[in-house]
Write a protein that binds this ligand. Structure first.
Ligand code: NAD
Length: 382
């Protein structure tokens, strides 16, 4: 089994790598051969020699590497040009953004790639150590608070000094999933007073256990979809939240938004008018920038100043902490690899919930019904 580790495109801002040397060392088996693209670890401060020392062969020529691979491991979804460099029949394990970019999945199927999407690992305890969405969201939540604290012209903690007492900063976290909970914990560690809101009432206890106050709003409708994810809420429910949220946002020094609904544009939770109601110098960090943003005025990938409020719209925070992001992602990928490879081949048992959910293309077919539906909608619209 030849397993290739791709070099990500650092030029487009991806510094992570799919497997790190320490993980390779733990994975080494007689029939598994690791091939790593030269400089694949550069963005994560890992050099080629570290990979060689771990037992991988470093290959400079991508065409040679991908041409020989049974499995290609990546972090970022491949570009169209990269898909064309893959040989039909190869397996690919990567983030693939299947619901956001179904055309990419269509292209992988057309190329006869057996593709596994890391976004589609089931959120079950059995698959927990493969859950790359969680491992990377935790990093994003942590870093979002650091960015917010760095941009805020104030202290986070309460300080009692000879020159006077400083009141602690107020942080409001919207969306208390994996990223939101890590943001709450980080802001608390820095000494801020933290409040949080989520449409899933089940997170209330988790928020409180981290020392934050949960902003309780009865939406009067079911907000939880299959797999524990949030549903898109109705306009009426959204309107119901506005008055309460406007008030909490106006009081906050830093607002961190993380709300997402899989396969949909992120909900707008902070309107332009709400931003205008904040104190000048306050900060919004919008972790949903990639999905259109939770704040109406967010510009993905940019830091902007709107009416004196700094709005930060990062699109790939895990890549800004590549050492630990790669280490955790590598563990997720390694666990999936060990699960998938049996008797020196891929075990495509589609009766298995992890294999079935994760494998988006095989034998020229798109396997995921939601991706298929998204493509049909696209076809009808055009
Ligand atoms: P996510 O990134 O899809 O969304 C982030 C948060 O935004 C969620 O908590 C969601 O409820 C919230 N949200 C959506 N719309 C909102 C709105 N209009 N207003 C306010 N908040 C809104 O979520 P995630 O972090 O990937 O987690 C999704 C679910 O999976 C959660 O239930 C989580 O606990 C669960 N999970 C389970 C496991 C496991 O069992 N192994 C692992 C990770 C996550």
């Amino acid at each position: 089994m030849k397993i290739a580790i791709a070099r990500e495109a650092i030029e487009v801002g991806e510094r992570r790598v799919a497997l790190v040397p320490a993980t390779i060392q733990r994975l080494v088996q007689p029939d598994w051969h690791f091939l790593v693209e030269a400089k694949a670890g550069e963005g994560s401060y890992i050099n080629d020699q570290d990979y060689s020392d771990a037992g991988a062969a470093v290959v400079a020529d991508r065409a040679e590497l991908w041409g020989h691979a049974d499995v290609i491991l990546k972090v970022a979804p491949p570009s169209q040009a990269e898909i064309e460099q893959m040989c039909p029949g190869t397996a690919l394990i990567s983030f693939l953004n299947p619901l956001g970019d179904p055309e990419l999945i269509e292209a992988l199927a057309a190329r006869q790639i057996t593709a596994f999407s890391m976004e589609l690992i089931p959120r079950t305890s059995r698959a927990q150590s493969m859950d790359a969405l969680s491992s990377q969201a935790g990093i994003a939540g942590y870093k979002a608070v650091l960015l917010g604290a760095a941009a805020l012209p104030k202290f986070f903690p309460m300080l009692t000094t000879a020159a006077g007492t400083i009141r602690p900063a107020k942080v409001f976290v919207m969306g208390a999933g994996v990223a939101g909970l890590q943001a709450i914990a980080t802001a608390r560690r820095l000494g801020a007073i933290v409040e949080a809101f989520d449409i899933r009432p089940a997170v209330k206890e988790e928020v409180q256990s981290l020392g934050a106050k949960f902003v309780d709003i009865d939406l009067g409708e079911d907000t939880v979809a299959e797999g524990g994810y949030a549903k898109e809420v109705s306009e009426a429910a959204q309107a119901k939240t506005q008055a309460v949220l406007s008030d909490r946002i106006a009081q906050a020094d830093v607002v961190i938004t993380t709300a997402q609904v899989p396969g949909k544009r992120a909900p707008i939770l902070v309107t332009a008018a709400m931003v205008e109601g904040m104190q000048p110098g306050s900060v919004i960090v919008d972790l949903a920038a990639n999905q259109g943003g939770n704040c109406e005025v967010t510009e993905p990938g940019k830091d902007i100043n709107y009416h004196g409020i700094t709005i930060i719209g990062p699109t790939n925070l895990p890549s800004s902490m590549p050492v630990h992001a790669s280490q955790l992602y590598a563990k997720n990928v390694a666990t999936l690899l060990e699960y998938l490879i049996k008797d020196n081949g891929l075990n495509l048992d589609f009766e298995d919930d992890i294999v079935d959910a994760t494998c988006v293309t095989h034998g020229g077919e798109i396997r995921n019904p939601r991706v298929k539906a998204a493509l049909n909608i696209e076809v009808q619209v055009s």
